[in-house]
Design a protein around this ligand. Structure first.
Ligand code: ZN
Length: 220
């Protein structure tokens, strides 16, 4: 956001860290709106969501755009849900192709694999992205065992998506200007072979798991 790459941001933090994170963001000059309650998405730890934008109005618009999509709001008709996701993705400045691909999976069933069968949402997204890719860019890696180690906070439609790639490159350049050492460490962490199991488990347990996707991120 500081570099003008992202119009706004959605930051999900452990509730105990919400105060300090909000203070830091406000000190950086951003407007912050908090989710009304602690939010628990299936399979995730409870969190507080901070909607961050240059203006109070944008932050409020962003927060309001996600309210109907939160688990506490209940199930919506699919077409309505998809329209809301497209709008929310647009407010966050995510590439249209990646948001549309997310909506395709939503239509099929977010935990439904291409060939049928159940898998964790992250696995399904990675399987679709990997199948469509010819190159595997580390800057689009969303499979690191440490979920915070990433440059993109959306599911890339492919691991060589040009729009997502440009976005991630701009984010990385901005990060490197602020802290070159941390950016270099992040770059290293995003390169190499990543594993995700059908249950969403990540990391090196590859050989002992029956159904594991391996993605080799060989360039940045
Ligand atoms: Zn894309």
């Amino acid at each position: 956001m500081k570099a003008g790459v992202k119009p706004a941001n959605r930051v999900s933090v452990a509730p105990v860290r919400a105060d300090e994170t909000e203070t830091r963001l406000r000190r950086d000059g951003f407007a912050v709106v908090r989710s009304a309650d602690t939010v628990t998405f299936p399979g995730r730890e409870p969190s507080t969501i901070l909607y961050v934008a240059p203006s109070e109005e944008y932050a409020r618009t962003l927060a309001a755009a996600e309210v109907p999509l939160l688990p506490s709001s209940g199930k919506l008709p699919l077409d309505e849900e998809i329209a809301l996701h497209l709008r929310f993705g647009e407010l966050l400045g995510f590439p249209k192709c990646c948001v549309e691909e997310f909506c395709n999976r939503l239509r099929r069933g977010i935990t439904c694999r291409i060939d049928g069968g159940y898998a964790d949402e992250d696995f399904v997204a990675a399987e679709c992205a990997a199948r469509a890719s010819q190159h595997f860019l580390g800057r689009l890696n969303d499979l690191s065992p440490d979920r915070r180690a990433r440059l993109v906070t959306f599911y890339p439609c492919r691991y060589d998506c040009p729009s997502a790639g440009n976005y991630a490159a701009a984010v990385f350049t901005a990060a490197a200007k602020m802290d070159a050492g941390a950016a270099a460490a992040l770059r290293d962490a995003l390169l190499g072979a990543m594993y995700i199991a059908v249950d969403g488990t990540r990391g090196g347990a590859a050989s002992s798991m029956p159904d594991v996707l391996r993605v080799e991120f060989d360039s940045f």
